[in-house]
Design a protein around this ligand. Structure first.
Ligand SMILES: [Zn+2]
Length: 411
C-alpha cells in the first residue's frame, strides 16, 4: 500500500520544515516538475475549452469576505485577520470573491456569456496542526479553480461541460472517480438561508448528473446531506486512497447566492440588467491533493508525460559516458526529461534498480555506442532490445505528447 508522504520523501518530491510550519510543504525540483507539468496541462485544457486565465491576490480586505458570506459562515476555517493601519486584511479562504469582483469590474453584455474565468491560485485554511500531514491536509492550497458567469439557460450545459473536462483529465492522469456525490446542506447555521435558491440549484445539478456520462444517459451518484458549500449545493467527484479513505478531488457547483451578494449583472437583449448564474468548478482540485493521489495511485510510477525523469541513460562503463551525455542532450533538446546514471553511481544492476520508476531506460555498451543504438528496458520489465537512439527519443516524445499509458506500442 502506497503512502504519498513516504513516497514524496523517498523520491525527493516535497517535504516540510518545522521552521516553515506544519501544513506548509515545499516542493523539491522533481516535485516541481510534476506540479508544473500538471498545471500546464490544466491551463491548456482550459484554454481549449474557452476559459480565460487571470491572476488575483491571495489577500483581501475583511469586508470582501463579509460580503461573500465567508466571514459569517466559514470564519473558523480562516486565518485570523491582520491589522494593517485602519484596515484588516485576510488570507483568502477561496478565490470566488476575487473572481466576482473581476467580473463586476467591467460591464458585460449577454453576448459575452458564458464568461469563463480561470485561475490556479493560492488559498488558505487554518487547519489545526494535529490533522496536518503530507499534501492532503495543508494550510496553503493551490486550487485549479474557475468561475463561469452565464445565463440561467446556459448553466446546465456549462456544468455538464465541466464534468466532461474532469472525465477527460482523469483518463489522461490514469486515475478514476470512485463515485459522484450530490452534496446537499445539513442541519445547522453553517448555510446561507434561502430555501428557494437551494432548491433551484439542486434541481439544476440533478439535471446535470442525469444528462452526463458517455452517451448522455446519466451517471450514478449518491446524495449526501451536510456536505454542501455554505452558499450552495455541489457535485463532488470522489476519489479513494489505497487505505479506502474517500475524499473530494473535483467539484462543480451552480451558485445563485454569490451573484446576489456581489450584485452582479449583465445587459440582456432587452437592454435591461439581469442576474448571471455563477458555476464554480475545479477539474483536478488542488495540486497538492492531485499529486498526493497520483503518487498513491501509481506508486510513484507516474505516466510518461508527468514523470520527473522520462529516460535514464545508463552507460555500462566509463568509456560510454560521453556517448550517454550526448543522448541526454538530444533528449533534452526534444523537450524530454533525461538523466545519465553512470558507473560512479554504482553497478549496472544497482543503477537499473534505482531507476525502476523511470518509464524508459537506455543501456549503452560498446556495441550500442558504436552503432548509435541504445538497449532499451521499460519500467514494466519488458526489453524491446537495441534500437536507434533517434527512434527511442521519437517514441518517448510521442508517448509524452499523447499521454498514452502503453510504453512501447507495436510499430
Ligand atoms: Zn468558487
Amino acid at each position: 500500500m502506497h503512502d504519498h508522504r513516504k513516497l514524496g520523501r523517498e523520491l525527493d518530491l516535497f517535504d516540510t520544515d518545522p521552521l516553515m510550519g506544519a501544513g506548509l510543504p515545499y516542493w523539491l525540483p522533481d516535485g516541481a516538475i510534476v506540479r508544473h507539468t500538471l498545471e500546464e496541462y490544466v491551463r491548456e485544457a482550459e484554454r481549449a475549452a474557452g476559459y480565460r486565465h487571470v491572476y488575483s491576490p491571495v489577500l483581501g480586505k475583511r469586508d470582501l469576505y463579509e460580503i461573500s458570506g465567508h466571514w459569517d459562515h466559514y470564519r473558523e476555517d480562516m486565518f485570523p485577520p491582520m491589522d494593517l493601519g485602519a484596515e484588516q486584511v485576510v488570507l483568502r479562504p477561496s478565490l470566488c470573491p476575487h473572481h466576482a469582483l473581476i467580473y463586476r469590474s467591467r460591464s458585460h453584455s449577454y453576448r459575452e456569456l458564458p464568461l469563463r474565468i480561470a485561475e490556479l491560485g493560492g488559498m488558505y485554511r487554518a487547519e489545526l496542526s494535529g490533522v496536518l500531514g503530507g499534501l492532503t491536509r495543508v494550510r496553503a492550497i493551490h486550487l485549479n479553480d474557475a468561475h463561469i458567469f452565464c445565463t440561467l439557460e446556459q448553466a446546465v450545459e456549462e456544468a455538464r461541460a465541466a464534468l466532461a473536462l474532469i472525465a477527460r483529465a482523469y483518463a489522461d492522469l490514469g486515475i478514476r472517480a470512485s463515485r459522484y456525490r450530490l452534496s446537499l446542506p445539513g442541519e445547522g447555521g453553517k448555510y446561507v438561508a434561502d430555501p428557494r435558491l437551494w432548491r433551484r440549484a439542486t434541481a439544476l445539478l440533478r439535471e446535470v448528473l442525469d444528462s452526463s456520462g458517455i452517451d448522455g444517459s446519466g451517471i450514478d451518484y449518491e446524495a449526501a446531506e451536510g456536505e454542501a458549500a455554505f452558499y450552495g449545493p455541489k457535485i463532488d467527484v470522489q476519489i479513494t486512497d489505497p487505505a479506502g479513505r474517500e475524499s473530494t478531488l473535483s467539484t462543480v457547483q451552480i451558485d445563485f447566492h454569490q451573484p446576489e451578494r456581489f450584485d452582479l449583472h449583465y445587459i440582456g437583449p432587452d437592454g435591461a440588467k439581469h442576474r448571471p448564474v455563477m458555476v464554480h468548478r475545479s477539474v483536478i482540485g488542488s495540486v497538492e491533493r492531485a499529486v498526493a493521489h497520483l503518487l498513491e495511485e501509481h506508486g510513484g510510477a507516474f505516466p510518461t508525460w508527468l514523470a520527473p525523469v522520462q529516460l535514464a541513460v545508463l552507460p555500462i562503463a566509463q568509456a560510454q559516458e560521453e556517448r550517454a551525455h550526448e543522448v541526454v542532450r538530444r533528449a533534452v533538446a526534444r523537450g524530454l526529461r533525461a538523466e545519465v546514471s553512470g558507473p560512479g553511481d554504482g553497478t549496472l544492476g544497482a543503477r537499473v534498480r534505482a531507476a525502476r520508476l523511470v518509464p524508459y531506460q537506455a543501456v549503452i555498451g560498446d556495441r550500442e555506442a558504436d552503432a548509435g543504438l541504445a538497449a532499451v528496458r521499460l519500467r514494466d520489465g519488458r526489453r524491446p532490445g537495441a534500437v536507434p537512439v533517434a527512434e527511442l527519443l521519437e517514441r518517448i516524445a510521442a508517448r509524452a505528447a499523447d499521454r498514452g499509458a502503453e510504453l512501447w506500442p507495436a510499430a
